[in-house]
Design a protein around this ligand. Sequence first.
Ligand SMILES: *Cc1c(COP(=O)(O)O)cnc(C)c1O
Length: 403
Amino acid sequence: MCYKRYLLKGETVSKSFAEELEILKARGLHRKMRRIAGSQGSRVVVDGKDSLLLCSNNYLGLAGHPRLAEAAISAVERYGTSSGASRLVSGNMELHALLEERIARFKGTGAALVFNSGYAANSGIIPALAGKGDMVFSDRLNHASIVDGCLLSRATMVRYPHNDIAALRRLLERHQTAGRRLIVTDGVFSMDGDLARLRELVELKREFGALLMVDDAHGTGVLGATGRGSAEVQGVLESVDIHMGTLGKALGSFGAYAAASEEIVDYLANHARSFIFSTSLPPAVLAASLAAIDLIDSPEGAALRQQLDRNTVFFREGLSAAGFDTMGSETQIVPLFVGGAEQTMAFTARLLEEGVFAQGIRPPTVPAGTCRLRCTLMATHTEDDLAGALERMARIGRELEVV
Ligand SMILES: *Cc1c(COP(=O)(O)O)cnc(C)c1O
């Protein structure tokens, strides 16, 4: 697999950084960070311009919630700013244990282990569970951190077509091993907003004696009546072997977790290199995560989820009515299909001129020719906000001949 996917067939890699940057620019694939002033809310100041934010994973607005801020501030006052070491040395503080107990209770598992980020979790968990002689079956649209975890693991990686259960079954039949078999999937696909077919995956993992790991970065806190995520929606919370989730998206904090049996969690703490060889999360972040889970479990959390649902339906139906292709989205992640990279970035730029920030997504994040605006809803958007954005999107979409 060549990570320089912007190179054309037969093109060789240049030795010069400048030349390669020029190629990126010429192909509309050069990325630049936009600067956000102030705090993260449903409106932000982007490169100096007040804009409606339509591409944040702060789905419930918890990143700006006073309860999280208060928890973080009092944790700093009580525990300081750093853990000072990795968990297995001297960085295992009370708050790490409290958060892990809280997560295990939240997900209904025997135990949980906190990681420093979702990226660190996936690149640590997969190589801990699977190595040489083992096999990992991974959905082709899985997040890059899962792909990297598979590559680091040195297990045989078998990528199956997106959500294609029949194809996965054939691959499981064909690829037998004396070692372990792990099926891994995003719960909500991060660039498409559709759901993994978890019920069928549970049947397959039982039939073939495999383990099932679900990365619920975008489902945690948001999906299901109580916010337990994509496995709750599909009624299979108890059948997933490893629940991975992140704390930096809907939960408004930072970090990630694996929730699983006590045995698997103990195993991960002894094998996951991103857990073992990294300074543990600081007190402020842990306290904010604890406050966030309490909020998710409260009536306020339920009301935020309902508002997010209403916003999602309103926005997705508005895009469809304007003639846009929302690519089968079933969640608060609503892609707007464009196709080419340059047209996509022109769309983003025009929207920003009119005060709407919806980031364009290009290769290598998505396959070439499937560039899109990845719109994400927040519970804190108002209907007026969204109606205004829809009007601009429809007008600019026509102008750029997307519809
Ligand atoms: C964001 C994301 C991650 C990485 O999580 P971070 O905490 O941001 O490192 C992993 N998996 C999926 C599906 C994601 O969307």
